[in-house]
Design a protein around this ligand. Structure first.
Ligand SMILES: [Zn+2]
Length: 707
């Protein structure tokens, strides 16, 4: 390796190698930054490498590469877009792949709304454009902000760029106080082609697909570049409103059109789910003639009143679903099977493939899920792929659906080598050598060493700093790998991040003087870490990377306990499976024994618990604020529903209660504030009477919530 050698010490051969390496790396970094919005290095690293490249070129001009990054790339933008929090979250959509998923969706909506099969339920159906979501905020009819989707809660302020898109009106013909219009920024095929030809003629990088071109064009710091790019915008939704647009989805889209927005002419109002599926078939036939990329069809419950009753899950609305187009397939050779050890110790087999284009994208890896999957059995032990197992050197059929990781759909047994042998799953962790375990009823094989396994420790750290977790600027997955292996200033567990600056001060060699860093970038890193010492309770819980404790469960737990101290003392008591705390935990709606067991084992006295406690000492964990905390009678209360409700489904009742800031539990205890009992209520009502908990019937409940 030549990357650690000072420029002055490089030999001619080394200089040539190093210029090749740097040119590859810088071109890749530039592409990742502009192309898919996921940088592979920090700006500081990029600048450092670029400077090194230039120094070597000056000393060894004979080895300067024809595609030298010095000639091609401007430096990465030094300032970022400012961040803006969406006044109403921008949700993503749940996905459906089969027609049966759509019937399930229709069924769930009906059940939630207490509708029978013959009751009318209309849907608006529209193409799902493969572009970039954008939210436009108009105040008194004038464009105030344009914000990208970002993580759904906070996006980037791209107002200057949005002003350059012709489809986006600057002024509306109405002066309504607030109107947020949401839609998709995209590029048509013909414009994409012209842009790439132009880029090529100037020796600039070409874009992989129209979506990347649209994203790269919108996120230009220089709005003049955005102005040159032929971007389009279609409106299909809205955020905060001071006046409703209409009473139906279809009507609201018409209204947006009347206000001067472009809307999709293929949007159709369908009387029922069958008609919606027919429209899906029609659109999939003309897909290639649309002139822009769509990756599926979106179905939305048409009535806005029903949409608001259905509400949202944590990240997706209950009233909409995206029906993705079927996957595309290609055959290739499986070169090797590698085992990756994940954050929770799961040994995940990955197929290394001879690179092949599938649906326009080059694929060289595919997931193999687990041991059973390779051996042609599903999670229930049933045969899959007609019993054809997967072996190294096999010819396999690869497919992708949407953005999903490529999978293997078939194996060509006729091309299998005669000396081929079945794949043997390792019986020890390939990373740490520990024994592996397989829990009953679980297809996954795990390394049992927990955070003693370096692979698990590092994956946990990567999760800890991920975007939905601590999200520390300048400390991504790649930096975690470097610090994990670092001997002077190591990060082996999360707490080490927060002692980094202190430890650095006591080190002889300071971070600012080291390779890849400078005074500014070291300071920036310490500042970014300091900034994240204050964190929301649910986000913190999610960051810990406990198995089965994802975003959703973290939110539920935070809503239930409200403070970290309440949570941690309950968890300690709940270690006793006979305790009231244990039963209360299991009774939280949406949390079952699997989650609870995983949670309890993470907080058992031992290395993992110690690691969490050390970490907590450095943090300020904010109390969870229940939603709509304005003084309504239900806020902060714990409710139990029992018996049959006649006016609304149990799910709707629960969702309503949560909107009022209440918690819904499945069992009655001393912590219950209110029991709502319909006909047929039994033991829970007796328990409530015993404990003196107030009980309401459905009519009283409805009047309580003002229905
Ligand atoms: Zn291991």
């Amino acid at each position: 390796m030549t990357d650690n050698i000072a420029v002055d010490d490089l030999s001619e051969d080394m200089a040539r190698d190093e210029l090749t390496r740097l040119s590859d790396l810088l071109n890749k970094a530039n592409k990742a930054y502009h192309g898919d919005d996921s940088p592979i290095m920090t700006d500081a690293e990029f600048d450092f490498l670029k400077k090194r490249n230039l120094e070597i070129e000056l000393k060894f001009p004979q080895y300067k590469k024809p595609d030298s990054p010095t000639e091609k790339i401007g430096s990465l933008p030094s300032e970022k877009f400012s961040k803006i929090k969406h006044s109403k979250k921008m949700f993503s959509l749940a996905n459906a792949f089969e027609n049966s998923d759509l019937y399930d969706f229709d069924e769930q909506v009906r059940r939630f709304l207490n509708l029978g099969h013959s009751d009318p339920l209309e849907y608006t159906v529209e193409p799902k454009i493969d572009g970039l979501s954008l939210s436009l905020r108009y105040e008194k009819g004038e464009l105030a902000f344009a914000v990208t989707r970002g993580d759904g809660t906070t996006g980037e302020n791209v107002t200057a760029n949005a002003l350059k898109i012709k489809d986006i009106p600057i002024n509306l013909p109405i002066q309504t106080e607030i109107l947020e219009v949401r839609g998709e920024v995209y590029m048509e095929h013909k414009d994409f082609e012209i842009l790439n030809n132009y880029q090529e003629s100037l020796g600039r990088k070409v874009f992989a697909n129209p979506r990347n071109a649209a994203a790269g064009s919108l996120r230009q710091l220089d709005a003049a570049i955005t102005a040159e790019r032929p971007l389009k915008f279609l409106a299909y939704a809205w955020g905060e409103l001071t006046e409703p647009l209409d009473t139906t989805q279809f009507g609201a889209i018409q209204r947006l059109k009347n206000l001067g927005f472009k809307t999709n002419s293929h949007t159709k109002l369908c009387q029922n789910i069958d008609e919606a599926l027919t429209h899906y078939e029609e659109l999939s036939k003309i897909r290639s003639e649309l002139g822009y990329d769509i990756d599926g069809i979106v179905y939305k419950v048409d009535s806005l009143d029903l949409q608001s009753r259905l509400g949202h899950r944590s990240t997706t609305p209950r009233w909409a679903i995206a029906h993705k187009f079927p996957a595309e397939y290609s055959w290739t050779k499986l070169m090797a099977i590698d085992i990756q050890v994940g954050r929770t110790g799961a040994l995940s087999p990955v197929a290394r493939l001879s690179p092949v284009t599938v649906g326009g994208v080059v694929v060289s890896n595919a997931t193999l899920h687990n041991q059973d999957y390779i051996a042609a059995r599903d999670n229930y032990g049933k045969e899959i792929r007609s019993g054809k197992d997967i072996r190294v050197n096999d010819w396999v059929e690869v497919y992708r659906a949407g953005d999903v990781i490529p999978k293997i759909s078939d194996v060509d047994i006729t091309r299998r080598l005669s000396d081929s042998i079945a794949y043997r799953f390792p019986s020890n962790c390939p990373e740490c050598g520990s024994a592996v375990v397989r829990d009953e009823g679980d297809a996954v094989i795990r390394c049992a060493a927990g955070i003693n396994c370096p692979a698990q420790a590092i994956e946990k750290l990567k999760h800890f700093v991920a975007r939905k977790a601590f999200d520390i600027e300048g400390l991504g997955a790649r930096q975690i790998e470097l610090f994990f292996a670092d001997e002077i200033l190591p990060i082996k567990e999360p707490v080490d991040i927060f002692t980094l600056e202190f430890r650095d001060q006591n080190n002889f060699t300071k971070l600012k003087d080291r390779h890849g860093f400078g005074k500014k970038s070291a300071e920036n890193l310490f500042d970014a870490i300091k900034e994240k010492k204050t964190i929301e309770f649910s986000r913190f819980l999610f960051s810990l990377g406990i198995r089965h404790v994802g975003e959703n469960v973290s939110k539920l737990l935070a809503r239930h306990f409200l403070t970290w101290s309440e949570f941690i003392s309950s968890i300690s008591l709940a270690q006793n499976r006979e305790s009231q705390e244990y039963f209360d935990l299991v009774a939280i709606d949406g949390i079952g024994t699997i989650v609870v067991n995983s949670l309890l084992s993470a907080f058992e006295i031992g290395k993992e618990r110690n690691s969490i406690e050390k970490l907590v000492e450095h943090l300020d964990i904010l109390d969870e604020i229940p939603p709509d905390i304005d003084d309504n009678v239900l806020s902060g209360k714990t409710l139990v529903f029992t018996g049959t409700l006649e006016q609304m489904s149990r799910s709707e009742a629960k969702s309503l209660a949560e909107n009022f800031g209440a918690k819904v539990s499945g069992s009655v205890s001393t912590k219950t504030d209110l029991v709502i009992a319909g006909p047929g209520a039994g033991s829970k009502i007796r328990k409530a009477e015993e404990l003196g908990v107030k009980t309401l019937d459905e009519t009283e409940w409805l009047s309580l919530i003002g229905k």
